[in-house]
Design a protein around this ligand. Structure first.
Ligand code: DUC
Ligand code: ZN
Length: 456
């Protein structure tokens, strides 16, 4: 099957150009001016922007948190992803403590295979350390799972720092890369105990017990361990100015550090936790928490100047009914926000249309850099002959409004309710097949994408 996308503007991380794009089977066959249509179906893309399919390197589908399971599984989450222009997700496989990585992987395969509408891969969580896990890391690499996750907080998943150091050394040997959730767990626990003792049980205590300096301290801590191990690391969901300063210091020392942030840290402000309606405030509980307006500014600047490498969602959705489990105790609110469906349109609206970044910057952080960092470049992340025909056709003129009522993600709210968008996604192609047509997600199947080493 051939499709000719005629007359659009093709975006890459390096720039933009008017060009036709010919899709043949699952691949891009040609990019150029006035390509002959031949027997291809022609789609008029005049006035539209063509982005390489977005990659979301941070989703949690079908994950248990606080005794409940995320509202989105691989079926609903991946359909929402596609609707938002995300043609590939990398989700976090999470073995239980004491379990082998192979058992964790098998569980994630069972959750995802045959159900996932977009393409997908897994990061593997390392929450224990022993000889078997060290050996299994090599086996994961051989199976195309080349990125890993470690937590410096959450008792169920956190790894002692000596073990984290050993894991970093082993990843250096293997050429794998780890993303790390950085927050100082010990002091957070102390602050939580103090808040509870003072009867401060509402969501307002959430940001106060997980303040920015405790994130930055953990970032600095990790980066010194990474310096010792001489290995690159990814700071996942970096939220604040203080953490950026730690990253800058490490980069000045010559370290390779990758930074991911998320739309909610770029766009929301911590006043959301002071809403007198407890459950309204509870909707925004995630870790790290939403920060201050000055942090948003710092993140946008860092995104513009290339200090932020990727924007992912950390999509971890719970319905308001699920969040209600924490209605008398903020620590029992399952943490996480929905977002996989709206990342592209939010970044376009508040980044590109607002003049903060260019469409090429957007392509860099949503498509090209994640493809390189997670080892699937140039199959993904670029519109070029030979790459997968994953294409987002963005119509800058088709303004819209984000509402929970109109969304596909399986949750009854969105943090962006009523927000107006500059333009919207007209169509999405996944490996040459029409996956979304003006908001209608088609019947389509994703594939597991085995990944190679980091190329960023
Ligand atoms: N933070 C969240 O808010 N939810 C899931 C995992 C995470 O790191
Ligand atoms: Zn996460």
């Amino acid at each position: 099957m051939k499709t000719l996308l005629r007359g659009g503007t093709v975006i890459s991380a390096q720039g933009e150009k008017r060009a036709d794009v010919l899709l043949e089977g699952e691949k891009v066959a040609a990019v150029g001016e006035a390509l002959p249509a031949g027997d291809a179906r022609v789609v008029d893309c005049t006035g539209k922007l063509l982005f390489p399919g977005f990659i979301d390197g941070h989703t949690h589908f079908d994950l248990e948190v606080c005794g409940t399971i995320t509202a989105d599984d691989f079926a609903t989450g991946s359909r929402a992803a596609l609707r938002g222009g995300t043609t590939m997700v990398v989700d976090f496989a999470a073995p239980d403590k004491g379990e082998t990585l192979a058992a964790g992987l098998k569980r994630w395969q069972e959750k995802s295979e045959g159900k996932t509408a977009c393409d997908y891969g897994y990061h593997m969580t390392i929450d224990d350390w022993n000889e078997d896990i060290s050996r299994e890391l090599g086996e994961m690499m051989d199976q195309g799972i080349t990125s890993f996750k470690m937590y410096m907080t959450y008792p169920a998943m956190m790894i002692p720092e000596g073990d984290m150091y050993h894991a970093l050394l082993r990843l250096r040997e293997l050429g794998g890369v780890a993303g790390v959730h950085c927050e100082n767990d010990g002091v957070i626990r102390t602050l939580v105990a103090e808040a509870k003792a003072a009867g401060k049980m509402s969501p307002g205590s959430h940001p106060r017990t997980r303040p920015a300096p405790l994130e930055a301290e953990a970032v600095g801590h990790l980066l010194r361990l990474a310096q010792l191990a001489d290995v690159p690391v990814i700071i996942v969901h970096l939220t604040c100015r203080e953490s950026l300063e730690e990253v800058r210091a490490a980069r000045r020392r010559g370290q390779t550090v990758y930074v991911e942030t998320c739309p909610h840290y770029l766009l929301l402000e911590d006043g959301v936790y002071d809403n007198p309606d407890y459950m309204e405030a509870a909707k925004f509980v995630c870790a790290p928490p939403i920060r201050k307006e000055s942090d948003q500014q710092a993140l946008w600047e860092a995104l513009k100047n290339g200090e932020v490498d990727t924007v992912a969602t950390d999509h971890c959705s719970f319905t308001t009914a699920q969040k209600r489990a924490g209605r008398y105790d903020f620590t029992k609110i399952p943490g996480g926000l929905p977002g996989v469906e709206h990342r592209g349109v939010l970044l376009y609206t508040h980044g590109v249309a607002a003049g903060r970044i260019t469409a090429s910057d957007m392509c860099r952080v949503l498509s090209e850099n994640p493809a390189k960092l997670y080892g699937c470049w140039p199959r993904k992340g670029v519109i070029a002959p030979g790459s997968d025909a994953d294409i987002v056709i963005y119509d800058p003129a088709a303004n819209s409004v984000i509402t929970a009522a109109a969304q596909t993600q399986n949750v009854d709210y969105t943090p962006y309710e009523g927000w107006e968008t500059s333009g919207s996604i007209a169509q999405v192609y996944l490996r040459g097949q029409l996956a979304v047509d003006h908001g209608e997600v088609q019947d389509i199947s994703g594939q597991f994408i085995p990944r190679g080493r980091n190329q960023l």
